[in-house]
Design a protein around this ligand. Structure first.
Ligand SMILES: Cc1cc2nc3c(=O)[nH]c(=O)nc-3n(C[C@H](O)[C@H](O)[C@H](O)COP(=O)(O)O)c2cc1C
Length: 179
């Protein structure tokens, strides 16, 4: 387990495209203390500024078991892991909490209470981003500028549900701290 320190927003440093597309993140939602939560690997999303505050955006397809947790609960976390946990992210990105009630454990991860939100984070994480859900919507076919994009990515009409979360706190290893 690495030591995670609070990182001020303006000091948060990462290769953002690598983080999403190559390293991947674990999206978790629910209530850790109630034992009701789920997690899934995500590779598409964004970080930015909205309504004068730092935010993240994550996308969840309707067939994911994580979806009802994202809708019911008012917070979520995004966590990144050292490379040695790639197999855990592969597990959480291919197996469903529907079939694995203790999905994190099956993946070899230890869920722990987060500092500011109900959604869990993980002992093995090297980056924990705690978020308060601020906005949710669903993609619509009519909103695509290029119908080919909709056809390519949503042939079954399983439009992504879009979640914005205000970032309440970032904790990470030195790797994520700007020098
Ligand atoms: C690298 C990677 C990235 C993924 N990104 C997303 C994503 O951004 N949104 C999504 O809905 N599913 C994504 N998935 C698929 C889910 O993680 C996967 O379907 C998972 O098993 C869902 O778990 P659940 O049913 O317990 O929610 C990704 C999978 C992988 C391996």
């Amino acid at each position: 387990m690495s030591q995670l320190d609070v990182i001020a927003f303006e000091k948060f440093n990462t290769k953002i495209f690598e983080l999403w597309a190559k390293d991947w993140l674990l999206l978790s939602s629910g209530d850790y203390s109630a034992g009701r939560y789920n997690m899934m690997t995500v590779g598409w999303g964004s970080f930015g500024v909205l309504w004068r505050k730092p935010f993240v955006m994550a996308l969840v397809r309707p067939q994911r078991y994580t979806l009802p947790f994202m809708n019911e609960f008012d917070s979520f976390t995004l966590c990144a892991f050292p490379e040695q946990y790639r197999s855990a992210l592969n597990f959480c990105g291919s197996k469903s909490g529907r079939d694995y009630p203790d999905k994190a454990k099956e993946a070899g991860l230890t869920a722990v209470a987060s500092g500011m939100v109900k959604a869990p984070s993980y002992e093995e994480a090297e980056l924990v981003i705690e978020c308060r859900k601020t906005y949710a919507s669903v993609m619509e076919e009519k909103s695509f500028m290029d119908p080919a994009t909709a056809k390519e990515f949503y042939p079954d009409g399983d439009w992504h549900h879009i979640y914005f979360g205000e970032i309440l706190e970032i904790r990470g290893t030195e790797k994520y701290l700007a020098k």
